[in-house]
Design a protein around this ligand. Structure first.
Ligand SMILES: Nc1nc2c(ncn2[C@@H]2O[C@H](COP(=O)(O)OP(=O)(O)OP(=O)(O)O)[C@@H](O)[C@H]2O)c(=O)[nH]1
Ligand SMILES: [Mg+2]
Length: 432
């Protein structure tokens, strides 16, 4: 894995290759692989498939198919081959030898995209760690390549191999040491994160987390809601999150507080999107980033319903959530980008599901109503009588609630207001 194909120049032409027998969603996977390639400034010009029971251990494809591929590489003059599955170091090496072009597997491709997109210190460290983990067992490959280049020979003789072994050991030690370092740095970052989480939790605000497939519209939805209900985000764009029509626009987690017109508040978080076959190293590396979703009271799964493969994308999201250990959190499914389909919106689409366009105000309102029903479930309307000498209580209530009615008698204020179970407990002596 090198940076050589991560440029901003004209896209380099590539072939996609894949085996058709591994599962039933092959077309979706290849389309997704093509999008991943495009996200890395590569242009897929042709797809080669072979029906095999299992990958050929030496070459991934069968011998005849590899010969065909090598011919086509020459004809099309492509720069690279991208495989749909994770390849072994020797499969990569052998395929490169047979075809004379760089071979990258799906995992390598995703790691490269993440490496380019990472902005925050935490994301950078997480991606670097995942890359090193990926490189470690593949060191022999890159070593043999650089040895071949150094000696100008194909295999290298006994002495050069000896020198290579020492170098290999050296590199392995260096990478392992680097990984220890990164883990320490990450741990200290995570510690301060945990402190933040504790502080927020003590605030008692409900935690709502946007999750879903990459490019579904999570950040867009976050920004639209922030613009209307965030503090200062309507004018201060630095309070907004990054949204763009590309895979993995977001790699970090952002948490913001929303205050609704009725003064009800909750926390909303936006986080990294998912893709199928997300490399395990990467999922592990991003576990702390996904912490926010793991501790959420409510998940909002954003789905790009205008994509033909949206059902597979939902399955991918659910599988990834399970992989990072996120279970049993109530979820609202948001069928987003309905403006690009024939569907009517906003419209409830079954229990805990809604069809919307993130760009449309009525949709945002309908979504907020649904969210409120979920997170303020235990809220009921009560009537309070607060004596005049307890003016502090009325002020406290007024700071966080909109009073439905407010009246006075000779002893104090009569207030009708919506309170949660906890608040009803706190103010029970005033409830009439
Ligand atoms: N037409 C339309 N476009 C939308 C809608 N929601 C989002 N988009 C577009 O979809 C693209 C991706 O949006 P993002 O909000 O960056 O997607 P994301 O889910 O945050 O993606 P990642 O950060 O990569 O996981 C952007 O170009 C948005 O403008 C919608 O409701 N309708
Ligand atoms: Mg995003």
């Amino acid at each position: 894995m090198t940076e050589q194909h991560s440029t901003t120049e004209a896209p380099r032409q590539v072939f996609l290759v894949g085996l058709t027998t591994n599962n039933g969603s092959f077309n979706y996977e290849i389309e997704e692989l093509g999008n991943l390639a495009k996200a890395n400034n590569l242009e897929p010009v042709e797809t080669f498939t072979q029906k095999l029971e299992r990958p050929n251990p030496a070459l991934y494809f069968g011998k005849g198919k590899v010969e065909e591929l090598a011919e086509a590489v020459k004809t099309y003059d492509v720069d690279m081959i991208i495989a749909n599955d994770e390849l072994s170091p020797s499969q990569i090496r052998n395929l490169e030898k047979e075809t004379n072009v760089t071979v990258v597997d799906r995992t390598g491709l995703i790691l490269d995209i993440f490496a380019q997109r990472a902005q925050t210190k935490e994301a950078k460290l997480q991606v670097q760690l995942a890359r090193l983990q990926y490189q470690l067992p593949r060191l022999r490959t890159s070593m043999s390549v650089s040895l071949d280049q150094q000696t100008g020979a194909g295999g290298g003789g006994f002495t050069s191999r000896g020198a290579g072994e020492t170098k290999l050991e050296e590199s392995r030690r260096r990478i392992t040491a680097q990984m220890v370092h990164i883990r320490q740095d990450l741990a200290s970052l995570t510690k301060s994160d945990t402190t933040r989480t504790v502080r927020r939790n003590s605030n008692d605000l409900a935690n709502v987390a946007l999750v879903g497939y990459t490019n579904a519209g999570k950040s867009t939805l976050m920004n639209r809601l922030l613009k209307r209900f965030g503090v200062g985000a309507d004018t201060d764009t630095s309070k907004q999150v990054f949204e763009k029509n590309m895979l993995f626009a977001t790699l970090n987690t952002t948490v913001r507080q929303l205050t609704l017109p009725d003064k009800k508040q909750f926390l909303l978080s936006d986080t990294v999107g998912f893709v199928s076959k997300l490399p395990h190293n990467l999922v592990a590396a991003f576990k702390s980033t996904l912490q926010e979703a793991a501790s959420a009271d409510l998940l909002l799964q954003v789905v790009d319903v205008s994509d033909d493969h949206y059902k597979e994308m939902m399955a991918t999201t659910e599988a990834t959530l399970a992989e990072v250990g996120i279970h049993d959190i109530p979820m609202i499914t948001i069928y987003n980008k309905a403006d690009r389909t024939e569907l009517t919106y906003p419209e409830l689409s079954g229990e805990n599901a809604i069809t919307i366009s993130a760009l449309d105000t009525a949709s945002q309102d309908a979504l907020i109503t649904l969210i409120k029903q979920q997170i303020f479930k235990d809220v009921t309307t009560v009537k309070l009588h607060v004596p005049f000498d307890k003016g502090g209580i009325s002020a406290k209530l007024a700071a966080n609630h909109t009073f439905i009615t407010e009246d006075y008698d000779e002893h104090g204020s009569l207030i009708t207001v919506e309170l949660s179970q906890l608040e009803r407990e706190l103010f029970k002596e005033y409830i009439i």
